[in-house]
Write a protein that binds this ligand. Sequence first.
Ligand code: PBG
Length: 327
Amino acid sequence: MELIHRPRRLRGSEYLRKMVRETRMDKASLIYPLFVKEGKGIQEEIPSMEGQYRYSIDRLPYELERVAKAGVGSVMLFGIPDKKDEVGSGAYAQDGIVQKALREAKRQFPELYYITDVCMCEYTSHGHCGVLCGHDVENDATLELLSKTALSHVQAGADMVAPSDMMDGRVRAIRECLDANKYQGIPIMSYAVKYASAFYGPFRDAAGSAPSFGDRKSYQMDFHNSREGLKEALTDVEEGADIIMVKPALSYLDMVTKVSEAVNLPVAAYSVSGEYAMVKAAARMGWVDEEKIVCEMAVSAYRAGAQIYLTYYAKELAGFMAEGRIG
Ligand code: PBG
């Protein structure tokens, strides 16, 4: 048999497969999302996200220690306030939950890198990502509150801010506000390509942030669209974003690839709560091999073009990478 091409030649041994590997990952690219809530002595499991918890500030350092020990260097903080109101004032309060958590976390674990989710939905009584005018989320009035929120996070110690609200112009508004306050050096990771997705279901349960009426389709994107995602990404590049995020990850890898080809900024993929919950549930039933599935999902995001991966499996993945099982 005179075959010229024998692709199998390079698959002959584990050593050779690793030599020719096209996708390599480093745990420095992992970000671990964490939920902080008011109260004391709280570490409560999120029912729809087995293995993920809400922590009160006094319990947070124990988790941060586990995160650091696992080899994950960055966390993304989400806050769950005690009180919500129409204008989400807890989001930008100096003694808001994220602001307080940041001060404490930075004091105890200054070596970790702190990113904050900038949004209103956990703080508004109606659960929408901005202030309302009737039943509509008012774009421009929301920008001011988002900027205030981002600034208050940075003042409390955030190393990077990540707006996830999907209002038009928020990256520019936040950039201008941070610059005017001498925080030119703080990067913005924009949830630029964020779809209105059922994959966020468990998160809303975790953060108590489901909208009390309607849905988020007037600000988050329609998942039938791909060119619109590029428009969002390019707009945020122009507005001064430093990193562009695509979210969710698993069903949107086409967008990870397209965005990474269209922009010259780092691209992040967020493997969201529903992705995590599906794997957990199937693994619990014994229907999939959790570790293998988690590795395959992560590699697919990087292979698609992501440089950064946000995942509730960050601690486990850092271990798999260190052991050389992937990467
Ligand atoms: C806040 C926000 C959400 C997520 C990240 N930031 C919820 C939403 O937009 O409804 C989802 C994260 C996840 O599902 O893991 N707007």
